[in-house]
Design a protein around this ligand. Structure first.
Ligand code: FRU
Length: 487
């Protein structure tokens, strides 16, 4: 098979589309986005020779999911990303219909990518190959023939997204898979040498204790440990993206879900003994397929795709681009609760500061801005209150605390985005609410009460929609600090 056209098509498409993309006022200022085309899952998130490496699923040809390359960017601070040459293309027999998602690991001063090669035959039958690519310089990757060919007995060919880690000199990978009964699962493999892989077994999934039906496929699993900062106890976390969960009230309102379980991984059995409910990582409209890595500062950092599969009708499509990644967030467990915090580096892009302080009853202006960080603290309330951001002609993103329901609500119904339904999370009895909000040209990320909850949503306001308002049904004390984005 001759694959020379694959690189040529990519280069041609970038040249043709870049100007149009660059003119779009919805292009993000401080989020990782593709140069043209569609991006989805973060991949290969790692640190190599002092730099952060973040790869992502990329279709350079169109704003749909028909072709998958690995775009590649590097950074010193997880905030300013430099685009590198494309790391993987669908240009081998074992990845010809997509170099699908996977992870990265550094072994003996080489960067290894472990990913899924997707192949479809003429009848549309799928094969999945788990494959390595290796780099000495962090930019050029040598592709190896597949390490795992297809699936273990009892499963379909939906097996993908290996997340690799090392423990006591051995390598392990958790992989998303579908059983022949069409249940989503996560399976564990191990290897002594990164070349030969052994199937250990299923560690979690639908209709495996304690879960009942839990979706027809689990994508992008991740496994890691965190030390509880209060109790000192080490906790195990299994994250996964189940497809096929039905909405339940405020839960599971996106097309597909992304969440985690606490538990304990038993490598021998093998089994991930689940000890918690499945908890969604994000309460917003756009979050899927996150990936974590531990950096040299000992931080466990998570990045997600700020998008969801089969949501391709966003208005940037007419300008030849679609989707971006979320901000990197630090994960912490404090007294048994998982928190997600903006990384410290975020403070480095704080520019001019403005403040708003006062008791509000009704609605009032509280500043202006399109791209900024805001910290808003609310206290002494006994009724509904909130913020309106990016207000203007047919534009408004509302973050409201519903006092009776004890819920925080993100309403992005005014703007050019599809899916106008609000997203909600139950906060319970609270006396104070603090929000740390990052607004970019077409997104909002809201960290609630020290990162106990996060909402990530794309928004598509009019270009000049720069209003900031506060509102309340009764009295509320509000303290706002806001920093213009400054590079
Ligand atoms: C998740 C996913 C992965 C797959 C990739 C293909 O969004 O469907 O399971 O590897 O995207 O782009």
């Amino acid at each position: 098979m001759d694959f020379k056209h694959v690189k040529k098509n990519e280069e041609k498409s970038v040249l043709e589309k870049k100007e149009k993309v660059d003119q779009d006022f919805w292009r993000q200022k401080y989020h990782l986005q593709g140069i043209v085309g569609l991006i989805n899952d973060p991949n290969g998130f790692s640190q190599f020779k002092g730099k952060y490496h973040l790869f992502y699923q990329w279709n350079p040809l169109k704003t749909d999911h028909t072709a998958k390359y690995w775009g590649h960017s590097v950074s010193d601070d997880l905030l300013h990303w430099e685009r590198k040459s494309t790391a993987l293309r669908p240009d081998t027999w074992y990845s010809k219909n997509g170099a699908y998602s996977g992870s990265g690991i550094v072994i003996n001063e080489k960067l290894y990518l472990f990913y899924t090669g997707n192949v479809k035959d003429e009848e549309g039958n799928r094969s999945s190959y788990q494959c390595f690519a290796i780099s000495e310089d962090g930019e050029n990757f040598e592709r190896l023939e597949p390490s795992i060919v297809n699936q273990p007995d009892g499963y379909t060919r939906h097996i993908r997204d290996p997340k690799i880690w090392e423990k006591d000199g051995k390598y392990y990978a958790v992989i998303g898979i579908q059983s022949e009964k069409l249940e989503g699962k996560a399976v564990l493999y191990s290897s002594e040498n990164v070349k030969d892989w052994k199937y250990l077994g299923e560690i979690a999934g639908g209709n495996k204790e304690p879960l009942g039906d839990f979706g027809y496929m689990w994508e992008c699993p991740d496994y890691f440990q965190l030390k509880d900062e209060k109790t000192g106890k080490v906790v195990d976390i299994l994250a996964a993206c189940p497809q096929g969960l039905e909405p339940q009230g405020d839960l599971y309102n996106n097309k597909y879900q992304s969440g985690y379980f606490f538990g304990k991984l038993d490598y021998e059995k093998p089994d991930f003994e689940i000890t918690s409910e499945f908890t969604e990582l994000d309460r917003g409209h756009d979050f899927y397929a996150p990936q974590t890595m531990e950096d040299d500062k000992g931080r466990r950092i998570i990045v997600g795709w700020m998008g969801v599969p089969e949501e391709e009708d966003y208005p940037t499509v007419k300008n030849e681009w679609l989707h971006c990644l979320t901000l990197p967030r630090e994960l912490k467990v404090i007294d048994g609760v998982l928190y997600q915090l903006p990384i410290d580096e975020m403070k480095s892009i704080r520019g001019e500061k403005t403040e708003f302080n006062g008791t509000v009853n009704g609605e009032t202006e509280a500043g202006k801005g399109t791209v900024y960080e805001m910290i808003a603290e609310f206290s002494d309330f006994s009724d509904d209150f909130g913020l309106k951001l990016r207000t203007g002609e047919n534009s408004e993103t509302v973050i409201k605390f519903d006092y009776k329901e004890k819920k925080l609500i993100l309403d992005r119904s005014r703007g050019e985005q599809p899916d106008k339904k609000p997203r909600k999370v139950y906060l319970g009895d609270i006396e104070k609410l603090d929000l740390r909000i990052f607004v970019d040209n077409s997104s909002v990320e809201v960290f609630v009460n020290g990162g106990k909850e996060v909402f990530s949503s794309r928004i598509f306001p009019q270009k000049n929609a720069d209003g900031i308002k506060v509102f309340s049904e009764g009295n509320v004390n509000i303290k706002i600090e806001k920093w213009e984005w400054q590079d």
